[in-house]
Design a protein around this ligand. Sequence first.
Ligand code: ADP
Ligand code: MG
Ligand code: ZN
Length: 616
Amino acid sequence: MANGKRKIKLNKQVFSILKGLIVYVLIALAALVFFNQISGGPNDSAKNEVPISQIISDVKDKKLTKISVEGDKITAEVNGSDQKLSSHKEEGESIYKILESSGVDPKSVTIEIKDLSMQQAWIGILSAVLPILILVGLMFFLFRNAKNGAQGIFSFAQSRAKLFTKDAPQIKFTDVAGAEEAKRELSEVVEFLKTPDKFKALGARIPKGVLMVGPAGTGKTLLSRAVAGEAGVPFFSIAGSEFMEMLVGVGAARVRDMFAQAKKASPAIIFVDEIESIGRQRGMGFSGGHDEREQTLNQILVEMDGFTQTDHVIVLAATNRPDLLDAALIRPGRFDRRVVLNMPDLEDRKAIIELHMKGKPFTKDVSIEKLARRTVGFSGADLANILNEAAILAAREGKTAIDNKDLEEAATKEKLGPQRKRMQSEQDRNLAAYHEAGHAVVGHNLSKVDPVHRISIVARGTSGGHTMFPPTEDRSNESKSRLLEQITAALGGQAAEDLIFKDISTGAASDIEVATNIARAMVTQYGMSSLGPISVTPRSMFGIWRGADEGSDMSPKMHDAVDVEIKKIIDSCYKNAQDILRKHKTKLDKVAKSLLEKETLEGDEFESIVGKKKSS
Ligand code: ADP
Ligand code: MG
Ligand code: ZN
């Protein structure tokens, strides 16, 4: 894409150079014609070319009043007539001599000798100088073009930072719901930008960089704009990936340019979004462009080190992968402050929902509390999307207010993608019904798995159906027993297929992935296997997690042992799932049958078939 653009640009350049060339050639031609005219002037005005002998005899007969001699050209004015005669004499011969040798007295006619030497000299000079002039002009032209072209290249170096000045719509802290801790920390930054002298009077070192860390959609970008809005200062925003372009050294030049701009506008905020794309640990990964990244990173560090106390520029950066950042970035005097944004908890979610509900009509039965409870694990961005999506759904159905059904559909869509209406064979539906019923029945009989929220065999995104066990509370910790039960419930789908059809389908691939990932983490990170509390970092295929050269701290023997442990966990969970289903086969059949009829079962409908869940 970018390459194509450059090609077009080059073509344009060549074209304009050619255009310039044509102009100069035309000028040169015109000049030549012009000089020709000067030297050939008399030639033109004299229409009658006569031999020199005629001129001589005319002088003798006193027919001429005046003879003008210009080089070898002779122009004669005829007595009593406007007619002019022209002729040529031999080169180097004087007209006087010619007349005398013909026996004519030169004094009998007025002879005017036009001094050609000056004109000739001029022509000589010009004909010598003109090509040089043309050349110089051409070179000047080419040079200017080249410079323009070069500027075209150098304009890459100008930062692409988007500037939000005071006129841009202001975002304030009140536009960010929850995240109270982060706001408190950032209000210090605001204070400083507003009244730097207050801090300096007390000798406080002004923060240079603040790193905002948190999962995607937790409001990092929003919050950093709110900082600028609160402080009322210009806000230069750029994404880390925008520094990276095909030309090496451009990233660094851009950094320089952006910092220069910000310093000019100070007090100001520079916001580098997704900084992990440049601030990656050096010498890591195998992807190309990594010298470029280092140069860019170094330039940021250089610029930040170069801040003086009077610059009043603060760099905010955001990342959701702080683990990838180079240690040099988080040293004191650089991004030494960290503001952590977590996934919103219940109270935060309520606040975010309330904020995004503003300006939208809802039916009376919509409860913020209920929606907040149902959306454990949703980020602020997810919640904002849900409310927007619900409004769209309601509008599409011609409703005047958004109701719970719209919200529920929007929430499901947010996590699982839109419904996919497709033709399913009876066999496929049957399989999907038992698969989902399997998850639900297994989960229902495990005390630590959250209650079933909904079961559906309506295809969404890539899945053929879904069974939802959304968390009912915000958990910061998982226990070994809960993890095992989660694996068991995840395998319940395939276990049911196996039990009922004595065959299994490909529909369980993502369940298996989930189960295996949990099991691997249990073994390698949480010390929840017979290997004991050992942290083993798996050898990654391409050395993405650790430098390829660093290898892994896992011995081949340990590698095998980990595999064995993972398999043990999976096997025992799968067996457990099958045991549960065998024991509750009648319930499994009932749920599957009901699913085939209704396609979707809400939590309470499910419980009316299988009974109330015994909670842990
Ligand atoms: P991040 O940069 O952390 O990925 P963003 O700041 O881009 O997240 O958030 C995306 C959107 O989600 C915001 O524009 C806003 O509408 C919504 N959002 C996220 N967190 C909050 C919050 N705490 N309060 C209000 N809205 C939020
Ligand atoms: Mg962001
Ligand atoms: Zn499944």
